[in-house]
Design a protein around this ligand. Structure first.
Ligand code: FAD
Length: 288
């Protein structure tokens, strides 16, 4: 089992389902620690998440993690969903607040995400990951408040935190330092987003508060001018990012696959290779 995890979303058509199965089969070769399935905003696509998580787990034998959000749900829905997962053998969750509905209405059955994590833990002894934000959640009162919420999620029983996607590793390293100083000890797993379409990623990054470093912006501008394939640029950036993370000692990454295999494979392969060569160097140093 590797330190890789892959994230998928539930397919919405037979064709999309075939693509997902093919992707999952290709990525299974990396022996991921788990594969997670996202949860539709406000509880939509609930069944899609459940079915997909169960089917991925039984198809590959790799543990599935179901994302679960509470905004827009009721306590009984959350409990029912947690029971269905547990009974089907899905023992991992990524527990999240979820975003408010587009119409602005908010229905929150839990006071906050730490309370949600505690409630899930008391339903069943799930392994629970939560989200964290190296560049601060856009709705957080402050960086300190954001980190305090993460600490409360750890105290409520979360055993790891997956980051929002980022492209500037130095910001992640600063975040890790601050988080450790705040007494947070759970593993922080870098969330890696392959860039399939730079313009779309720029829009998403703006919404999420993720910065686009100059070297990334410049690489894609140059590709446009020279007519270079964007995928080649994305692959080089990914390799450099995950290599740096492995060399900095991070043992796990979570790859937002968008249900596509090629760039996710490149990221996983590069991370594992860098991790292994780091271990070999350390071993050689011990022997010398
Ligand atoms: P919290 O831990 O509650 O909050 C994080 C920070 O944001 C805190 O500082 C908190 O105070 C602040 N904050 C967030 N929302 C508010 C608010 N409404 N009012 C005041 N402060 C607020 N979303 C989905 O719908 N489905 C998914 O499957 C999904 N998967 C995700 C996986 C990962 C790894 C990540 C990073 C995000 C994912 N999201 C998903 C998005 C997530 O639901 C949003 O980022 C959400 O806004 C915050 O969720 P959280 O659990 O981090 O919130």
């Amino acid at each position: 089992m590797s330190g890789i995890s892959f994230e998928f979303f539930p397919p919405r058509s037979n064709e999309a389902s075939d693509v997902l199965q093919e992707t999952v089969d290709i990525l299974a070769a990396f022996q991921p620690a788990f594969q997670s399935v996202t949860f539709g905003a406000s509880g939509s696509q609930r069944n899609g998440t459940l079915e997909t998580a169960i089917s991925l787990q039984s198809r590959t034998g790799i543990p599935a993690a179901s994302h679960l959000t509470y905004t827009g749900s009721e306590v009984k829905d959350v409990q029912e969903f947690a029971d269905q997962l547990w009974d089907a053998g899905v023992k991992r969750l990524v527990a999240l607040r979820g975003d408010n509905r587009k119409d602005g209405s908010v229905q929150n059955p839990f006071a906050d995400t730490p309370e949600f994590v505690s409630a899930l833990k008391s339903c069943h002894p799930f392994e629970i990951a939560v989200a964290c934000y190296p560049e601060v959640h856009p709705k957080a009162k402050s960086r300190e408040a954001d980190i305090a919420v993460l600490k409360a999620k750890q105290d409520a029983g979360a055993t790891s935190a997956i980051t929002q996607f980022f492209f500037d590793n130095s910001l992640f390293y600063e975040f890790v330092e601050e988080v450790r100083e705040a007494g947070i000890t759970i593993p922080l797993v870098p969330g890696i987003l392959p860039i399939h379409n730079f313009e779309k990623v720029k829009t998403m990054a703006k919404e999420c508060g993720t910065s686009i470093p100059d070297h990334v912006e410049e690489a894609f501008s140059e590709a446009r001018i020279l007519g270079t394939n964007e995928t080649e640029i994305a692959a080089e950036l990914l390799k450099a990012q995950v290599h740096d993370l492995a060399c900095a000692g991070f043992e796990s990454i979570h790859i937002y696959t968008l249900n596509r295999a090629p760039l996710a494979s490149i990221a996983a392969g590069a991370f594992l290779a860098a991790h292994e060569s780091k271990l070999n160097v350390e071993e050689e140093k011990k022997v010398a």
